[in-house]
Design a protein around this ligand. Sequence first.
Ligand code: EPU
Length: 429
Amino acid sequence: MDRIRIVGGRPLSGRIPISGAKNATLPLMIASLLTNETLILDNVPRLADVALLQRILGNHGVDVMIGGKRPGDGAYQGQTLHISAADIVDTTAPYELVSRMRASFWVIAPLLARMGEARVSMPGGCAIGTRPVDLLIMALERLGASIEIDGGYVLARAPNGLRGGEIVFPKVTVGGTHTALMAASLARGMTVIENAAREPEVGDVADCLNKMGARIEGAGSSRIVVEGVARLGGARHTVLPDRIETGTYAMAAAMASGDVLLENTRPELLQSALDVLTQAGARISATNEGIRVQRDGAALRPVEVTTAPFPGFPTDLQAQLMSLMTRAQGTSRITETIFENRFMHVQELARLGARIHLDGETATIEGVERLKGAPVMATDLRASVSLVIAALAAEGETIVNRVYHLDRGFERLEQKLAGCGAEIERLTG
Ligand code: EPU
């Protein structure tokens, strides 16, 4: 199993190209099931999750062709996927596949909307919490689906097609909103989604669906209106920049100090996180090439942050911020409100010398003078990368184990950081 070796203490300076967003790519690939024509996606990141979803879609009969490199393409150019769901051969998504990637549960919406039925395994819990799918099921029921749960599978049926309805989410859910949008696009009549997720990835998926012929208004706000259409067609769409990757490298630059330009990304995708970094003492500026993050040697200031749905501070940057705050001068407090168990990084950060006290959903982080390298491992993607950030500021060598978590969501992580002067390498085998 691969590991990553980091020797801390080097400032970061240079440019980091930001990839297309994982969490937009996955629902966009799933949206291909809505049409028998080809969906072309540009700026797709090279990630294990994308490859896995390709296999999962393959199981339904979807053909994915990866475009070759064009002259002038750099090493970091995103891929182009040509996705064709001309013939859906199977409407079942089995446990073996859904349990490996939760987002694959979302295939339930396009399969049901296009084929009139879907049988999809319940995903089960995961390292960051129980993560139920009750609200996704509620949304489909509101559109006229009949739902049965049998043997760990959700069986959704709408033999005469879905019909528009009112969906009021009692809690903001990204997956629930994606599911509702996909299903409502092919339902008869109008759907209103209240308390919709406002995450930029929802807006990106809605843009793509509109290019495919859907009639969606209000994506990006908490009230979305969808006028169903009889069929959707092919389209070409460029995946938006990954705001979590952007925020992660911004935190890395703040941690290591230095001067880094995050290319091909936009501040409005993560303003709340950039504001927190400014409070902590980083200098953030928007340029026409991307976002510049600078920090001189001055001490980091502590912050108080509570995670929240967009435009609040993202849960997917909580672990990274916690790493940064381990080196602040003073006591920080971070409250996690989205997932109940997303503190698996705390014990590992402690191995590097961090002082963190957990009380329910709040972590109190007492900044320390120094971190010291150690072997660590983590159980999810964002927790793993938080250990990389801590390692950049730790004295001596840190070995991050279970790198496959990182490969799920960060493309060429070690190259991107090494390109800015970090001492980081992958140890294979
Ligand atoms: N929830 C329910 N019932 C449901 C659905 C969600 O109670 O039916 C709860 C969840 O348990 C959670 C909250 O609602 O407490 C929000 O969950 P949400 O549905 O928004 O999360 P998700 O769609 O499963 C996506 C991202 C996550 C990200 C969250 C929150 C993708 C593929 N995943 O998950 O990303 O943390 O939104 O922003 O888009 C990651 O990339 O590392 C990651 C975990």
